[in-house]
Design a protein around this ligand. Structure first.
Ligand code: GDP
Length: 362
């Protein structure tokens, strides 16, 4: 515990000004300078992280693709197969979706939580869930495919380390999503420009084309050509034939003869497990890029943003740039904002006099 206080007591000058702020010009970057010493208890961040991760690496995965490609169904079904949704809840979703005349969306309801999303049958916001693979803890972000919700999709993609691109293999549907006006290219370009280099492509709805190898080849060769141009290395793109609806090739390798006769690769979850996890810079000085600043109800104000490096604890003193002012962290919260607010994964901090609460935010 002590070493953390020691570490945060040393002054860390803010050498680079980070500016990704869209909402506020006033406060663009915040850097930890020293602990106020007033906070009662400090957490050993390394130990805490180790405990929470259980020795597994963390990986943020965003699911992208054209509307109706089957993203929510595929991920909802995967979560069900992994035991994250119990049979009773799934049965309830099946009954309710049937009643609403949307029986085929039962698995999608696992992730599409709001009434409007269910009614319209489209994902509007970024659904976020955790699941585990053999060697990783995955935070899954189900991004909306519909073009009206591209800003929400960007918010999800900005947090991602890797992506799963879902394409509909059905004849005509893949083409519709891939051609001008479709979101397949747009999403792939977006995640690449946001730093994602590793991509799993779920060639979905393969049940609709009788698991034909020729169709798989056709889709993957068209996509492969484009993804290369978009800046993805061939060796970092992996294609997996799937059916989100029947659950084939998601959590375990499919036994369907029409598929096993030509596909010998991993199922989707094993593919995700084999992604390389990025280095997390918790050892580095604290840096938060502010995305919004708003007045607190009390004397202080709240800042939301993405933590780029380091960690923060209540009571720490930090430097805000500009206007080069120091302040004390009064409290912080992760994922506190409502579904309609686009600040998932963001940390919100209130500044003012230190409180005795001690928790950690990395
Ligand atoms: P999203 O907009 O990409 O999230 O797509 P949804 O998950 O909402 O799915 C759109 C429609 O495609 C729903 O009717 C699903 O039941 C259907 N669907 C999804 N995956 C499959 C699949 O693998 N096979 C078939 N036949 N239909 C699917």
């Amino acid at each position: 515990m002590d070493d953390i206080v020691e570490e945060s007591e040393s002054t860390v000058p803010l050498t680079t000004q980070i500016n990704t702020s869209q909402g506020s010009d006033e406060l663009n970057a915040i850097s930890q300078i020293k602990s106020s010493g007033k906070s009662k208890q400090k957490i050993n961040v390394k130990e805490e992280l180790e405990k929470r991760q259980g020795g597994k690496q963390l990986l943020n995965l965003v699911v992208i693709g054209h509307v109706d490609a089957g993203k929510s169904t595929l991920m909802g079904h995967l979560l069900y197969l992994l035991g994250h949704v119990n049979k009773r809840t799934m049965h309830k979703y099946e009954q309710e979706s049937k009643k609403a005349g949307k029986a085929s969306f039962a698995y999608a309801w696992v992730l599409d939580e709001t009434g409007e999303e269910r009614q319209r049958g489209v994902t509007m916001d970024v659904g976020m869930t955790k699941f585990e693979t053999k060697s990783k803890v995955i935070t899954l972000m189900d991004a909306p495919g519909h073009k009206d919700f591209i800003p929400n999709m960007i918010t999800g993609a900005a947090q991602a380390d890797v992506a799963a691109l879902v394409v509909d293999a059905s004849r005509g549907e893949f083409e519709a999503g891939f051609e001008a006006g479709g979101q397949t290219r747009e999403h792939a370009l977006l995640v690449r420009s946001l730093g994602v280099t590793q991509l799993a492509v779920a060639v979905n709805k393969m049940d609709q084309v009788n698991w034909q190898q020729d169709r798989f080849r056709e889709v993957t060769s068209k996509l492969g050509h484009f993804l290369k141009q978009a800046g993805f290395k061939d060796s970092d793109v992996f294609y997996v034939p799937t059916s989100g609806l029947s659950g084939e090739n998601l959590a375990k390798c499919s036994q369907i003869p029409d598929l096993t006769s030509w596909y010998k690769g991993p199922c989707l979850i094993d593919q995700i497990d084999s992604f390389k996890a990025p280095q997390r810079s918790t050892d580095k000085p604290f840096r938060l890029c502010a995305s919004d600043v708003f007045k607190d109800q009390g004397s202080g104000f709240c800042v939301t943003g993405k933590i780029e490096a380091g960690y923060i604890q209540t009571g720490d003193r930090i430097l805000a740039m500009p206007p080069n002012e120091t302040c004390t962290v009064k409290g912080k919260q992760i994922d506190l904002l409502s579904k309609n607010n686009l600040s998932y994964f963001y940390c919100c901090m209130c500044f003012g006099p230190a409180t005795s609460e001690s928790s950690v935010c990395t």
